[in-house]
Design a protein around this ligand. Sequence first.
Ligand code: COA
Length: 290
Amino acid sequence: MTKEHGDGGQAPKEAAPPKEGAGEPEAAVEGPQSLLIERRDDGILVVTINRPDRRNALDRHTLAAGRKLIRDILYDRSARVLIVTGAGDKAFCAGADLKEREGMTMDQVRQYIRYIRDTFTEIENLPIPVIAAINGFALGGGLELALACDIRIAAPNATLALNETSLGIIPGGGGTVRLPRLVGKGVAKELILTARWVDAQEAMRIGLVNAIAPEGRLLETAIDMATKMVANGPIAVTQAKYVINRGTELPLEQALQTESDAYEVCIPTKDRLEALAAFKEKRKPQFKGE
Ligand code: COA
């Protein structure tokens, strides 16, 4: 298991095609360690937003570090599941850094919004599952980050809101788009238009989170779920995530074709044959992602 800081790693050998949002603050990648990255031997990566004194709010520097990490993961075949959480026990992420925002020009605000939205979309599109371990407040962009993840697990003290309208703005990191897709239009409208905060129990009831972890066992609960995913065929997991993401946005016929295409990717794999052999031999399959 290795630990590192998200701001100082090597650039990927093969650079991802830059799909830059305007004004990407690459220079800001050098700086304080606002992301902590733990690479476990089992392929689970735990990334901690490390700004507890600002309730893990996202400034441009932290977003740039996150963007770089996402690109590193794209080329890291050992990475199997990403868990995102926040440092301390108060906040997962309090959204955009409002102190940084105060000093921005209108154009800089526009650039920031584009940048945060594109970053969350890159998270959503990662080929591996991403689990948000929500250890406290997830407000504004903090909840939008969690919405871009595949799974949300809440600590019992989690408090969630898309509270932007109370600040005279709207969710700009995909919240108005992803929340209704998750909880339905009516509930999403109520939550966004009232800017109401919900606790973990209500979040569970409306389907905003997948589970509430027992007190003090949030990361353990997230790792338990991640471990179940790691045990499965890596290609199958990637394809299943892809079809669910794409399929829910497509008309039925095209969605079913997407499923068919993704199944086709799995058919020639060694992993599929390994699973059949393991079934016959009454043992657990050893998947290699091939
Ligand atoms: N941006 C920048 N700084 C933030 C922040 C944010 N989004 N959220 C919290 N902080 C800072 C506070 O200003 C405070 O700094 P200070 O000690 O220099 O005054 C510090 O983090 C601790 O915050 P505090 O409010 O004292 O902690 P709390 O535990 O009582 O409350 C929150 C935490 C998250 C509920 C509260 O800080 C809050 O409502 N933050 C704004 C969240 C928000 O509206 N986000 C949506 C943005 S679109």
